[in-house]
Design a protein around this ligand. Structure first.
Ligand code: GUN
Length: 295
């Protein structure tokens, strides 16, 4: 039987609507809109597309959007000085510095300059540490979006076997922490993992975030597993045409999995919706107001 398709686009639209509904309450209490500052350095076309989409979604949800576009000749010192100004700006609740940064700029130093209370990407060491020790934290958007989809599909995740493919600081590691917090038995697999198909075959939950097109195949999956595909890879399909595929070979996985996210339309739309959610959460926390329900 074919797997259920997890509709990330629909879930993300719902989350964006819940954010938009909660904004007037913040405005009434704080006397201003929640604000998100996005910093883009250089001319990377993919980053330009993401930043434009983030700005549009921010305004559509009723938040204030502050865009800072800097040339790739900017120095690390100038970029950090901008981050410090945004830290001090009362109208700014969230700061996102779009990655990757141009060569010569140390992204770790730039991220370290972000006030953890405004770190809506959850990339600072303070927020990563809080997540790891189980304290209130701002959590990276993509893994938090994956967790929302999993809980929406499965309810209680307690005791389930989860395999996270990929160990990046942005997705794999925080994803594993979130699943551990939900009482899953978590395995992080990566490029040096031995007998990878056997490891994946044990999992009730598979989160694939390795950036390798169609690596996970249907015969690697436990029948009925829930599969979250974080990959977005553009592949050539001949005659100069290309197609977007995930890290999972959808055509074979869909016959074995119980549920699976498609690419596109699965995890992708969740990232921006969670960014808005994190910005609103940061705004309420900074204003000393209780967080709204249902976010
Ligand atoms: N580049 C690609 N994804 C992301 C993200 O989630 N946050 C930031 N800051 N940069 C990115």
């Amino acid at each position: 039987m074919a797997a259920d398709i997890i509709d990330g686009k629909a879930y993300a639209e719902g989350l964006r609507a819940r954010v938009a509904q909660a904004v007037p309450g913040f405005v009434a209490a704080a006397g201003r809109k929640p604000g998100l500052a996005v910093v883009l350095v250089g001319e990377d076309p993919a980053s330009q597309v993401y930043v434009r989409a983030k700005g549009k979604a921010t305004i559509a949800a009723g938040l204030e959007s502050f865009e800072h576009k800097l040339p790739d000749t900017v120095t690390q010192g100038e970029l950090i000085a901008l981050v410090r100004r945004l830290n001090a700006d009362e109208a700014v609740d969230g700061i996102l510095v779009q990655l990757p940064l141009p060569r010569g700029i140390d992204d770790k130093a730039v991220i370290a300059a972000i006030d953890p209370a405004k770190d809506v990407d959850g990339f600072t060491i303070a927020n990563a540490g809080r997540l790891a020790v189980g304290e209130e934290a701002l959590v990276p958007c993509t893994p938090l979006g994956c967790l929302m989809l999993l809980k929406d599909r499965l309810g209680d995740l307690s005791g389930l076997d989860a395999v996270v493919l990929g160990r990046s600081n942005i997705v794999g590691k925080p994803m594993a922490q979130l699943l551990l917090r939900e009482n899953c038995t978590v395995t992080i697999a990566h490029s040096r993992t031995r007998d990878l198909p056997d490891v994946v075959r044990r999992a009730d939950i598979v989160v694939a975030a390795v950036g390798r097109p169609q690596m996970v195949r249907g015969d690697w999956l436990k029948p009925g597993a829930t599969v979250i595909d974080v990959g977005i890879n553009r592949i050539e399909i001949g005659e100069g045409k290309t197609r977007l595929v995930g890290d999972v070979e959808f055509e074979s996985a869909v016959d074995v999995a119980g549920a699976i996210t498609p690419v596109p339309g699965g995890v992708g739309p969740m990232t921006i919706a969670v960014l808005l959610r994190n910005t609103l959460a940061a705004a309420f926390a900074r204003a000393g107001l209780p967080a709204p329900e249902g976010l």
